[in-house]
Design a protein around this ligand. Structure first.
Ligand code: GCO
Length: 443
C-alpha cells in the first residue's frame, strides 16, 4: 500500500473507449460523432483517427496483464455507447455487450475494481443525425435508457459508475471552441448542450437508484485551479467569473440545482441562457455519491474587456508539458481542498491526472523521468489533501498507454506504457510504469 494513503484507497489508471479500443466499425459497432469528425480534413493533427487506436478491443487481455503487473486494484474505462447500441437506441449489439462483459469479468478475476464511465464523448452518430444529439433535450431520455441497459447488464459486478466525463468538454470544447466533435462554435448552443448534459446526468442517476441495488455513482469534471494574474479588483473578479465558467457551472449546478448566479445573470442579460423547464433543476440536482476530479494544470486569469466573460486566460511561466499545460502540483492540492469544502463535502476520486511528455524509445526502453517527477509531486499533493481532511478515495493516472489524444491525434503521449505505432502497436512499459508499480507496493 502506498505510504500514508488509506488501506482501501483505489489506485488505478484511466482510459476512454474511442481513445484506445479501435475496431471502430467492427462486430456490429455503430459510428460515433468521433468516427465522423476524425475523418473531416484538418480536424485531427496528421489526419489521424481512432479507427484502430491501440486495438484494445482485440488486445484487452494483454492490457489487463499490464494492469495486473502494475498492482492496480481498480481501472477506469468508458463504454462506447454506439458499440452496445449502434443507433443509440433500439436494437442492441450483443457482440458489443459481450466485449464489456468479458472485460469486467477479466478485471474482477484479477481483483481489479472496474469504474465505468458511461459517456466519454463518443455519442452515436445516428442520434446526432436524427435530432442534433446533445443539442436536443430529448437526449436525456436516450441517455437514461442507455444507462439503464448498462446497469442491467453490468450492475451485478460493477460497483462504481460515472455518468459523464467532463461535460465542460462535451459542451464548450465541442460547441464553443469547436475543437472536438461535432466542432461547432456557438455559445448559446453550447450552454444549451451543457444543460442537456446535466439533465442527462440527473436522469441517469435516477435510473441508477431504481435499477441498481448497491453501488456508487458520480460525475467527473474538468478541475482546473484558477488563479488571478494580479490581486487587482479587476483580475480577482475576472477570476471568479472564469472559475464559475470552467468549474462552478458543472460542480455547483448538480449540487445545488442552481447555476452560478453571477455568470448566469451575465449570460441571461446577453440572451444566451438555455430553455429551462420547471422540473429541470430538480432532475439535474438529484443527489449522487462522489465527484470525479480530472486535474492537469492551473489557469491564470486576468480582466479582458473584449471577451464576453470579460476574462482572458494567460500563459504562466512554470515548466510545461507537451500539451503546453503548466506543471503545478500545488494546484491539485488547492483544488481538492476547495472542491471538498465548496462542493458539498462529497467523497472525491482523482479520476484523471497525468502528463504528456516527449517520450522516445531508445534501445527498447523509455526513460520518462519527467513523468516520474510529475507523478511524485502530484501523489504528494494528494496525500497532503488527505492529511488535511479531504475525503479522497482514489487516484487514476491518465493513462495506461499512449493513445488517441483527440484533436492532437497520437502525437501526445500520456501513457505509463509506450505504444509503438510503427511496430504492431506493441506495448513497452516506460520507467514511470516501474515507478508507479513500486510506489503502489511501498508500505
Ligand atoms: C480529458 C479527457 C481525456 C484526455 C486527457 C488528456 O480530460 O481531456 O478526459 O480523454 O485524453 O485528459 O488530455
Amino acid at each position: 500500500m502506498a505510504a500514508g494513503f488509506p488501506e482501501d484507497f483505489l489506485w488505478g489508471v484511466a482510459t476512454a473507449a474511442y481513445q484506445i479500443e479501435g475496431a471502430d466499425l467492427e462486430e456490429g459497432k455503430g459510428p460515433s460523432i468521433w468516427s465522423d469528425f476524425s475523418h473531416k480534413p484538418g480536424r485531427i493533427d496528421f489526419g489521424e483517427s481512432g479507427d484502430v487506436a491501440c486495438d484494445h478491443y482485440h488486445r484487452f487481455t494483454e492490457d489487463i496483464d499490464l494492469m495486473t503487473e502494475l498492482g492496480l486494484n481498480s481501472y477506469r474505462f468508458s463504454i462506447s455507447w454506439p458499440r452496445v447500441l449502434p443507433k443509440g437506441s433500439g436494437t442492441t449489439n450483443q457482440k458489443g455487450i459481450d466485449f464489456y462483459d468479458k472485460l469486467v469479468d477479466k478485471l474482477l478475476e484479477r481483483e481489479i475494481q472496474p469504474i465505468v464511465t458511461l459517456y466519454h464523448w463518443d455519442l452515436p452518430l445516428d442520434l446526432q443525425a436524427r435530432f442534433g444529439g446533445w443539442e436536443c433535450r430529448d437526449i436525456s431520455n436516450y441517455f437514461a435508457d442507455y444507462s439503464s441497459l448498462m446497469f442491467y447488464r453490468l450492475g451485478d459486478r460493477v460497483k462504481y459508475w460515472i455518468t459523464l466525463n467532463e461535460p465542460y468538454c462535451s459542451s464548450h470544447v465541442s460547441y464553443l471552441w469547436g475543437e472536438h466533435a461535432p466542432g461547432k462554435r456557438d455559445l448559446k448552443m453550447s450552454l444549451s448542450v451543457a444543460h442537456n448534459l446535466l439533465l442527462s446526468h440527473g436522469e441517469a442517476v435516477r435510473r441508477f437508484r431504481e435499477d441498481v441495488k448497491d453501488g456508487l455513482i458520480g460525475l467527473t469534471n474538468v478541475s482546473t485551479f484558477v488563479e488571478p494574474v494580479t490581486d487587482s479588483k479587476e483580475d480577482l473578479r475576472a477570476t471568479k467569473i472564469y472559475d464559475q465558467f470552467v468549474n462552478g457551472w458543472f460542480f455547483e449546478t448538480p449540487l445545488t440545482g442552481e447555476y452560478p448566479s453571477e455568470l448566469f445573470a451575465l449570460f441571461e442579460n446577453a440572451g444566451l441562457t438555455p430553455n429551462i423547464e420547471s422540473e429541470d433543476m430538480e432532475i439535474i440536482s438529484v443527489p449522487f455519491d462522489f465527484w470525479g476530479v480530472n486535474y492537469y494544470t492551473r489557469n491564470l486569469v486576468r480582466r479582458e474587456e473584449s471577451s464576453i466573460l470579460g476574462t482572458e486566460v494567460v500563459q504562466g511561466e512554470l515548466p510545461k508539458s507537451e500539451m503546453g499545460w503548466e506543471i503545478y502540483p500545488e494546484g491539485l492540492e488547492a483544488f481538492l481542498f476547495k472542491a471538498y469544502k465548496q462542493y458539498g463535502k462529497k467523497p472525491i476520486y482523482i479520476t484523471e491526472n497525468g502528463i504528456a511528455c516527449k517520450d522516445k524509445l531508445l534501445n527498447g526502453s523509455v526513460d520518462d523521468h519527467r513523468r516520474i517527477e510529475y507523478l511524485r509531486q502530484h501523489f504528494s499533493a494528494a496525500l497532503n489533501a488527505i492529511k488535511g481532511g479531504v475525503d479522497l478515495k482514489g487516484y487514476f493516472v491518465w493513462t495506461l498507454m499512449d493513445n488517441f489524444e483527440w484533436a492532437r491525434g497520437f502525437s501526445k503521449r500520456f501513457g505509463l506504457v509506450y505504444v509503438d505505432y510503427n511496430n504492431d502497436l506493441r506495448r513497452i512499459p516506460k520507467k514511470s510504469f516501474e515507478y508507479f508499480r513500486d510506489f503502489i507496493r511501498t508500505m
